[in-house]
Design a protein around this ligand. Structure first.
Ligand code: IPM
Ligand code: MN
Length: 351
């Protein structure tokens, strides 16, 4: 029997509620497919920070590095200044565990409403491969003369050949394995960011030579946003840097039905990966049993995939698809026709 050590970080706001349903579904899938999941819960997030002043300790990071996977609810607390928890927990884990890929599928399931007129599930099915450890996210930069009339703020985008290449390579491999349209689009801004995206573009076309079966393509980030809305069916896999990937995946999430369903994976293909719903802590719904847990459940599906438990992952996806096709009235919090726990029960039941 396959056995995995999994860290569970419920985190802030509605994180614990959605993670509870995700764990329920993971346990159902594990039971069915003969997988043993050994869960360790970590109390990490805004509440603990407010109580103890500690965001994330070195020893916790070390313990997380020993796990087979990390399952995260949400980070973000209304009483904590923006940046502290995000940088201290989410970004720190992405960086220290070298989770250099942020994988975000954008897939519209039958029965789910998209805001795009005349587009359906056959049109909206692509994946964004977002670089996850570099770009504008490294915290490189600073202030000069802060608080004076002459103040200057500098925020630097770091793009290393090694970091770009491993991301691009992952995207080519992923596109090949996915085996759909076999088209990989580099999303950048070569007309303005003439250093960063020059490096990206050269790397992209060099690596492309090793993948003659993949059609390559380039789009500026602004045009990418336009095409995502106008012709989403054009896309198969998009690879891009950290900041652009952050932005276009929120747009992608809306196309697939919103934050109630959108999941992401922070992947270190050679190390420990972390899986999360991308919607955040949603403080206004906290404790109300109203939030949609499907995004967290879908993150669990990605976790199973990364562990190589493809059958279990497919069963979770199938169960999500049944729930959205047969049962849920909407994917929005409070409008599902079911409570958070009931949605978890439904999906677990379908497994
Ligand atoms: C995401 C989030 C994070 C990011 C925030 C919370 C730091 O928006 O995972 O997309 O910008 O990466
Ligand atoms: Mn984001």
């Amino acid at each position: 029997m396959a056995r995995y050590d999994m860290a569970v970080l419920p985190g802030d706001g509605t994180g614990p509620e959605v993670v509870a349903e995700g764990v329920k579904v993971l346990k159902a899938a594990a039971g069915k497919f003969g997988i043993e999941l050994n869960l360790e819960y970590f109390d990490i997030g805004g509440d603990r920070y407010l109580k103890t002043g500690e965001v994330l300790s070195d020893s916790e990071v070390e313990r997380l590095k020993e796990k087979d996977a990390i399952y995260l609810g949400a980070i973000g607390h209304p009483e904590v200044k923006p940046g502290i928890l995000e940088k201290g927990i989410l970004l720190r884990l992405r960086f220290e565990l070298d989770q250099y890929i942020n994988l975000r599928p954008v897939k519209l399931y039958p029965g789910v409403d998209t805001p795009l007129k005349d587009k359906g599930p056959e049109d909206i099915d692509f994946v964004v491969v977002r670089e996850n450890t570099e770009g504008l996210y490294t915290g490189s930069g600073g202030f000069l003369k802060k608080g004076t009339p002459d103040e200057t703020a500098i925020q630097v985008s770091i793009n290393t050949r090694k970091g770009v290449e491993r991301c691009v390579r992952f995207a080519f491999e992923y596109c090949r394995k996915r085996n759909k349209k076999k088209r990989l689009t580099l999303c950048g801004k070569t007309n303005v960011l003439t250093y960063a995206f020059d490096l990206w573009e050269r790397t992209f076309y060099e690596v492309a030579k090793e993948y003659p079966d993949i059609t390559t393509d380039y789009a500026h980030v602004d045009a990418t946003c336009m095409w995502m809305v106008k012709n989403p069916e054009y896309f198969d896999v998009i690879v891009t840097d950290n900041m652009f990937g952050d932005i276009i995946t929120d747009l992608g999430a809306v196309l697939q039905g919103g934050m109630g369903i959108a999941a992401g994976a922070n992947i270190n293909p050679e190390g420990v990966s972390m899986f999360e719903p991308i919607g955040g802590s949603a403080p206004k719904y906290t404790g109300k049993n109203m939030i949609n847990p499907l995004a967290a459940i879908a993150a669990g599906q990605m976790l199973l995939e990364q562990l190589g438990e493809d059958q279990a992952a497919a069963a979770v996806e199938g169960a999500i698809m049944k729930a959205v096709a047969n049962d849920l009235k909407s994917l929005s919090a409070g409008k599902m026709g079911y409570t958070t726990t009931e949605v978890g029960d439904l999906v677990a039941g379908y497994i």
